[in-house]
Design a protein around this ligand. Structure first.
Ligand code: NAD
Length: 707
């Protein structure tokens, strides 16, 4: 696990090399091995200096999340953290010099361990990153990171790393003083060794030297006070108090820096335990790490279908979506044939990609030759013959069945027999669109989100006749372009649009009930959604909501059920306030200015004298999305809790602290959630009624996740 070697100069080299893993991680086993090595090298008088490194490309990737997700008792966790602190303190105060030779990334617990050394030398490795990303999973660095980092580089420099989980390249870490040296790759161990040999006096950490002062000032420094004030306000603005981890990190730093170092570690340990046991951390680790990881590894891909490699993909329609799809395709090095009805429209789609790469080149994020190569991958055309040889065609023309049917036939006429045809429709059932195809088994839905280059999710829709091989090959495309898939079955609104709509319509229903617009929007933000339901309606446009509703009504006939709140959207459309694109909706959009709620709303939707409490509105907005997700699972539209959660977080902005719509039910407890739904149904209507599947789960004592 950690190899040991003592050389003639008395330098003990400890080399991390966990068997059967591509990365070293901190868990029960590796920490026991570490403690044994620390005891050995600190006690042995033959050891004059200690060098720690890794036999793997990276140093240590961080803590073992499986272990943290399973932790459910405070005392054993607290004790385990104090043991870690004791050992790292023993290492850094033993009087012998300790050097860390870092071949690659040192992240999370890995960087915390590195900070317990007196000297850190890293390889000049472009892939290496240094940081404490715990906050992104609802955690805080529990290995002394919240205490050593600000004492090393100052509060101001430490905050972005701790609060945002920012990762640094070696040169940046060197500049901040987190690293002492960066040397040619492969020479870092020799450099650490040379440093150890050069130490003649007893080596101490800066914070163990009498009279130590925190770089940039301690918490009583007026400048640092101001940093805390601003950071606290910004945190509140960004998180609405929904995320315990960053608030705990701020407390750790503030409280820790006014005490001695050993007390500060105990403070950190308490906050760490609080974080690990919080439902927010469990939800974030489950969804953002495990479920997202499984989705990205194509857990839903049918096995035994050979991997589909992509060399050319056709894209029909060079509008907003087609242009974005062409960009991500070309970015993956796949030739994108972008077709529209006029050459001008096709070129406009290509110029969208040009603008995106120009911006990146200007910001130094992309080399000019890479940008040129990307653009050269996009062919703008009106000629269907150019589609020949494509392994996949993605249709993103107007949302019109007849036009979609026409382009399907024309494309299939030039495609090879085994090519896959995908539609990016947002509302039209895939099985119906496949009727225009001569090979419906190779017809599938690939529902991208807007803007494509920023939204990492693709909802893959399996029609009634879609074959398993087509699904596998479509998933290979999702992976090739580096996006995340969820797999759903064909149904009206699929999964994401259907659940997302409930959030919007619940907000509209509140307006009709007389709830003040600002309160509705505040409830949406307090629930953790990126924007309130009224602003969101403006984004998608009330006109589109009405149009989709009309289409649904005509498709479903007698089975149609009027969505709550639709009358509000209709009223806005009748007033000509169709949404953001027209500059007016629920909000007024001054050109170049900030949006403001339209003062005329009060006249249209009188505000009731008695207003509900904010948290009752929050609960409605959260519950309606989760109960609709549960219904989608019960109906087989989405088949795994994993996809339901990942789709909700990545697709329509359900907040990560909840873990997604199904994780919300899981962490609330299914029985309690059902009771909440029943209470809301009694007050607000059948739409809150939980599906029978949830009641059955309660009866059987089941939950959605085992972890
Ligand atoms: P858009 O109006 O911006 O672009 C459509 C493009 O298709 C236009 O450039 C148009 O010239 C072209 N086109 C029309 N008929 C054509 C034909 N016969 N042959 C070739 N090209 C033709 O629309 P959009 O927003 O990009 O949406 C396209 C599709 O993607 C729709 O099905 C829509 O429902 C779906 N979608 C949209 C979004 C979104 O947020 N806009 C999100 C997901 C899916």
């Amino acid at each position: 696990m950690i190899d040991y070697q003592l050389d003639d100069a008395g330098i003990a080299t400890l080399t991390w090399n966990m068997p059967g893993r591509s990365q070293n991680v901190l868990n029960g086993d590796s920490l026991s091995a570490l403690y044994a090595r620390i005891a050995q090298v600190t006690a042995d008088p033959a050891v004059k200096g200690i060098l720690m490194t890794s036999a793997k490309p990276d140093f240590i990737a961080g803590g073992d999340l499986e272990w943290l997700l399973a932790a459910n008792q405070a005392q054993p966790l607290f004790d385990a953290i104090l043991t870690l602190h004791r050992n790292l303190r023993l290492l850094e105060t033993c009087g012998k010099p300790v050097a860390m030779a870092l071949p690659g990334s040192a992240l999370g617990g890995g960087l915390e361990l590195a900070m317990a050394g007196h000297y850190r030398v890293a390889a000049d490795n472009a892939k290496a990153r240094f940081g404490l990303p715990e906050v992104t999973l609802g955690l805080l660095p529990g290995g002394g990171g919240t205490q050593r980092l600000p004492r090393l580089i100052g509060v101001m420099n430490a905050l972005p790393l701790l609060l945002e989980g920012k990762k640094l390249k070696a040169a940046e870490a060197l500049k901040l003083g987190l690293l002492h040296a960066v040397v040619a790759a492969g020479t870092e161990v020799a450099a650490a060794h040379a440093w150890l040999l050069a130490q003649t006096a007893t080596v101490r950490q800066p914070w163990d030297v009498k009279g130590f002062k925190i770089p940039g000032g301690g918490v009583s420094n007026p400048g640092v006070q101001q940093i805390f004030m601003v950071a606290n306000a910004k945190l509140r603005e960004r998180t609405y108090g929904n995320y315990p981890a960053p608030a705990n990190i701020m407390s750790c730093i503030y409280e820790g820096l006014i005490t001695d170092f050993d007390t500060s570690l105990k403070t950190e340990a308490r906050y760490f335990v609080n974080c690990v046991l919080s439902p927010e951390a469990k939800n974030m680790i489950r969804t953002l790490f495990f479920s997202l990881g499984e989705a990205n590894k194509l857990a839903a891909r049918p096995k035994d279908v050979p991997l589909q490699k992509y060399t050319q993909v056709g894209i029909l329609g060079a509008g907003m979506m087609g242009a974005g799809i062409a960009y991500v395709t070309a970015k993956a090095g796949i030739r994108a044939v972008l077709l529209d009805t006029s050459q001008e429209a096709a070129e406009r789609g290509r110029s969208y990609a040009q603008k995106l790469v120009d911006k990146q080149v200007a910001r130094g994020r992309m080399a000019q030759d890479k940008a040129d190569a990307l653009i050269a991958c996009i062919v703008a055309t009106t000629d269907y013959a150019q589609l020949a040889g494509s392994e996949l065609v993605i249709e993103a023309v107007f949302e019109d069945r007849a036009i979609k049917a026409d382009v399907t036939r024309r494309a299939e006429a030039v495609l090879g027999n085994d090519a896959v045809f995908a539609s990016n429709t947002s509302t039209l059932p895939i099985t119906g669109l496949a009727q225009a195809s001569g090979r419906p088994a190779q017809f599938i839905g690939l529902h991208f989100f807007s803007p494509v280059e920023k939204m990492p999710l693709i909802e893959v829709i399996v029609g009634q006749q879609t074959s398993q091989a087509t699904l596998a090959r479509a998933l290979d495309f999702v992976k090739a372009v580096g996006m995340t898939p969820i797999v759903v079955n064909d149904a009206r609104g699929f999964y994401t649009s259907r659940c997302f709509a409930t959030y919007v319509f619940e907000g509209l229903a509140m307006l009709a009930e007389g709830v003040a617009p600002a309160l509705i929007e505040g409830a949406g933000l307090q629930a953790g959604m990126p924007v309130g339901p009224l602003a969101l309606t403006d984004e998608v446009s009330a006109e589109l909501c009405v149009k989709i509703d009309r289409q649904t009504q005509s498709d479903l006939g007698a089975a149609y059920q009027k969505p709550v709140g639709i009358a509000v959207a209709q009223q806005l459309v009748s007033l000509g306030r169709i949404g953001k694109k027209s500059g007016k909706g629920f909000y007024d959009y001054a050109e170049g200015g900030k949006k403001a709620l339209w003062p005329g709303l009060a006249e249209q939707f009188p505000v009731a004298a008695q207003q509900p409490a904010l948290d009752t509105l929050v609960q409605r907005l959260v519950t309606i999305q989760s109960v609709e997700s549960a219904r989608c699972m019960a109906e087989g539209v989405v088949t795994t809790a994993r996809d339901a959660d990942v789709g909700s977080v990545l697709g329509w902005g359900v907040p990560p602290f909840s873990g997604g719509t199904i994780s919300h039910i899981h962490s609330t407890g299914v029985a309690k959630f059902v009771a909440q739904c029943d209470a809301l149904a009694a007050l607000h209507g059948e739409r809150f009624k939980p599906p029978q599947s949830l009641r059955d789960m309660v009866a059987r004592g089941e939950s959605f996740y085992t972890r």
